[in-house]
Design a protein around this ligand. Sequence first.
Ligand code: M6R
Length: 616
Amino acid sequence: MCGIVGYVGPGDTVEVLTSGLKRLEYRGYDSAGVAVLDTNGEVAVRKRSGKLARLVELLEASPVPATGTGIGHTRWATHGGPTDVNAHPHLGDAGKLALIHNGIVENFAELRAELDAAGVELQSETDTEVVAALLGLEVAKAGDLEVAFRSVVKRLHGTFTLLAMHRDNSNKVVAARHSSPLVVGLGEGENFLGSDVAAFVGYTRRAVAVEEDNIAIITPELVTITDFDGNPVEFEEYEVAWDTEAADKGGWSSFMAKEINEQPEAVANTVRGRITDGHVVIPELSALGDETIKNVDRIVIIACGTASYAGQIGAYAIEQWARIPVEVQLSHEFRYRDPVLSERTMVISVSQSGETMDTMMAVKYANERGVTTVSVCNTQSATIPRESDAAVYTHAGPEVAVASTKAFTAQITALYLIGLHFGHVRGTLSAEAEAAAITGLEELPAAVAEAVATHDEIAQLAHWMADTRSVLFLGRHVGFPTALEGALKLKEIAYIHAEGFAAGELKHGPIALIDHGQPVFVLVPSPRQSPVMHSKVVSNIQEIRARGARVIALVEKGDTSVLPYADDVIRLPLVDSIFEPLVQVVPLQWFALELSTAKGLDVDQPRNLAKSVTVE
Ligand code: M6R
């Protein structure tokens, strides 16, 4: 959470910072601020509560004559509410230095007491200002920003990315990373810092991922990376695989609408290059060796939110094709339950951002226990794939809307690929089943495109249902996690009470919720592929309809069996049962988006949320 950008160079500093913050705003939008060295050589700060647009207004009303050194921040509040005074940057050394922070300083109360005792007065309720004040004292003592910065970061507990600049060090920004993301952007005569590459991809695609417990110092000509003791660290640059166009809204009404539309391509790009001679081959897994894959006797998938539902769907596929028992655990539960792990366990993490703190800590925990870790991730060189033994990237392109859509379908696709690859390596997949699954996989982008085309009928439905206060979702088998995802989307962006249930669970309690007019989306399995499950779900529909539910049935084309009982029927393309989530989730994504729009809400930036949850 929180977006961070830093710049040194001859460019328009305020423009570089605000354009970076615009692309990082999905990381938090409670307040925003910038600090620059002005033409008098002083640190000038502009900051404001609310979204970035309010800061931009302030900068227009009260422009700052900046030279080429600056830092910028967009906040997701932790310590202290989203007020002007709590917004970053915070000042130290009597206003001579400015500092921004992503993370939580856990020992801030102790440090604050120390500052109180030294008679230092603070303006805000934040943990960040404590660090700025401490740094100020250290700079005054050491007379050197870098020395002072190293000594302060070593005293902090918790998680942090910190960026600091000082009046006496023009053309320099120092940054530290401890369990929060930090990347450097390498320019010509200018350099950048960011929480992720989105901060500077408009200016350069050459990037360096700063490693854990390292400090980066940028000047226009030089990037230096050291550990916290000042020992130089070697680093490698990489080229960012996407450009600004991929991260721009284009002509779409929202990023979420754009990203829902991009799903056929996201699925196709994730499959591309991974089918060779009729088998799924994932080159990124070759380092593990086939013996490791053959030896695995249990897989634990760890993830949070939408990624965990992708994991649940992947679990069905991996068990079906590779015959390995798979369980899915929420990352934040995993490491606190003293999980039973052995050298034959494999932990697969699923994360769009690759920076989710809960998942990152769970991966570290698994690594410490000597378990093989594989990451399914959408963000090149993010922390989780770098910490894992192997990384299988989804190629969905940058996802900006807080509500995950194309990353979800790409994650499921990657897990299908892993299931098929493992099945092939372990010899658990018949040639016939493998060929059928691969054909199904190759046909998925077209099927997803057909599902995307349900938009207009869903928009109509959402329009009629704009006053709905509660929606239920029912599914079975892979339809169950899809139902959970449909409910999460609705909670997240339309602020509507929604719950997903396994259809078989209905009579064990949830049916008591059914009352006259209660809308229920029912994900109906294919009658061709799963006749038994299909007939059971049709019975469920009859049961809830008899109790007054308004049934919206998602069926495969040609399935007329629910017509007598459904109020609305959404027809979806024919796919193999295991692939149904990829087509069934799309109308649910549209429904959440359209209901949010009908309620006049901000689809891309829902209240209280941030895209990347980088604090526990
Ligand atoms: O970046 P990650 O995939 O690790 O994020 C996990 C969840 O925070 C994320 O999927 C969240 O649930 C989404 N906002 C859901 O739309």
